[in-house]
Design a protein around this ligand. Structure first.
Ligand code: HGY
Ligand code: MN
Ligand code: MN
Length: 421
């Protein structure tokens, strides 16, 4: 393999900073929500940068963007990298962007190295990895895995009531081509996503590179508690059916179930809560809240889900309220491909980079890509483990170092003729 120049931290900084100009909350973190003006401008920026890098640019019917570096045998299944450019509200600058900009830089140094490669190498912007707008994450990679149909896009609506189907239609995406999005096993040779760790493991052990062997999967619930809306002053305590206190009991029970688990990857979060009618002197008649549960054990998530439902039944009896538990998503954890993990580890050794083999607590598009293609991920450190926060930070030199590992890994995989055992 001919020598490859080192990735440019300056290129990476420039593209991430330029991308993050497209932001709805300047000065208060990055907010770039799916298919809003800011995100559409960010999409155009990335497509322009893909063209400038000499890639062929295409989009599918849900807006996944593919930048292709042609190989000598374009009919072979391609090698993938990529991530997302949409964010949670008031996010940091690196979640997702690292894998898109880093993937672009990896393809640039592969192209400029003059190394030949058989398979096409593609850097992908996956649509809507974050659940921010439609309450469900990984919409683009979910559709690639065949886990989101065009019909289901009519059932996903944002806070204004607009559906994903309507948004796609307004933007000119052709719903008749939606079935063509889906990939079958064998369509993709392998995928390696570069991402910030979003935790503090690498920083605490003083290593700059993570090699991911599994991704914890989310189970997302929406729980609605209905009691009786009444006067806060005139209603004696024994006569109340207070939706808020019943919800509070449920939330503490959910937190206890996760906290007392002996599996460190099992976590649960209530991140959104709405109280109706939301007045200081009215007993809440209705409370709606979300539960985001994660674990690398699907069985444990099943057990906890069952206990949540049993706890709801008990509270209905005690508090005289009505409770509904809706399952928005209930995903299986994804195991990385041993061969790809070994390729990344060998590359780290050749580049004299200490690495840590680890599980990802955050989910990523790779979780859905794993449904049809072998994958692994490369992590770079998050300062203080801070993420989904405006203070999220990763040194550009650390990202460039991760890109060097990514580029060599992609080049090796793009010259693999047959499935490695
Ligand atoms: O929530 C997650 O794990 C991802 O950042 N969407
Ligand atoms: Mn995220
Ligand atoms: Mn992410």
């Amino acid at each position: 393999m001919a020598h490859m120049q080192a990735a440019s931290a300056e290129n990476i900084r420039r593209d991430i900073e330029n991308l993050n100009q497209f932001n709805a909350t300047p000065g208060d973190g990055i907010t770039r929500i799916l298919f809003t003006d800011q995100e559409l401008k960010a999409r155009e920026y990335i497509k322009k940068r893909m063209e400038e890098t000499g890639l062929e640019v295409k989009e599918d019917a849900i807006g996944n963007i593919f930048g292709t570096l042609k190989g000598s045998k374009p009919n072979l299944a391609p090698v993938w990298t990529g991530s997302h450019i949409d964010t949670v509200p008031h996010a940091g600058s690196f979640d997702g962007m690292t894998g898109v900009v880093g993937g672009l830089e990896a393809l640039r140094i592969i192209k400029e190295s003059g190394n030949t490669h058989s398979r096409n190498i593609q850097v992908i912007v996956f649509t809507s990895e974050e659940p921010t707008r439609f309450g469900k994450g990984c919409l683009g990679s979910r559709a690639l895995a065949g886990d989101l149909t065009q019909g289901e896009t009519t059932g996903l609506s944002d806070e204004t009531g607009m559906t994903l189907a309507q948004v796609l239609d307004r933007l000119g995406y052709d719903k008749k081509q939606f079935p063509d999005i889906k990939k079958e096993r064998g369509d993709v040779h392998g995928c390696v996503e570069l991402h910030i760790e979003q935790g503090a493991v690498l920083e605490n052990i003083g290593k700059k590179t993570g090699v991911v062997t599994a991704i914890s999967a989310p189970t997302d619930l929406i729980i609605e508690v209905e009691g009786t809306q009444e006067h806060a002053g005139a209603t004696p305590m024994p006569m109340r059916k207070d939706a808020m206190t019943a919800a509070a009991r449920m939330i503490l029970k959910i937190e206890e179930l996760a906290r007392t688990s002996d599996n460190p990857s099992t976590v649960a979060t209530v991140g959104k809560l709405d109280i109706f009618p939301g007045a200081t002197n009215v007993i809440p008649g209705k409370v709606r809240f979300t539960v985001d549960m994660r674990s690398d054990s699907f069985e444990e998530k099943e057990q906890i889900l069952h206990k949540i439902q049993k706890n709801a039944e008990a509270l209905v009896e005690i508090e005289g309220v009505r409770i509904s538990v809706s399952i928005v998503s209930h995903e299986h954890p994804a195991s990385a491909d041993k061969h790809i993990v070994d390729v990344i580890r060998d590359v780290c050794q050749r580049q004299n980079k200490e690495y840590n083999v680890m599980v990802s607590g955050a989910y990523h598009d790779s979780m859905f890509v794993s449904r049809f293609a072998p994958f692994s991920m490369i992590f770079v450190p998050s300062r203080g483990g801070i993420s989904h926060h405006k203070d999220e930070w990763t040194d550009y030199e650390d990202i460039a170092s991760g890109v060097d590992v990514l580029a060599e890994t992609l080049l090796i995989m793009s010259n693999e003729e047959v499935k490695q055992k």
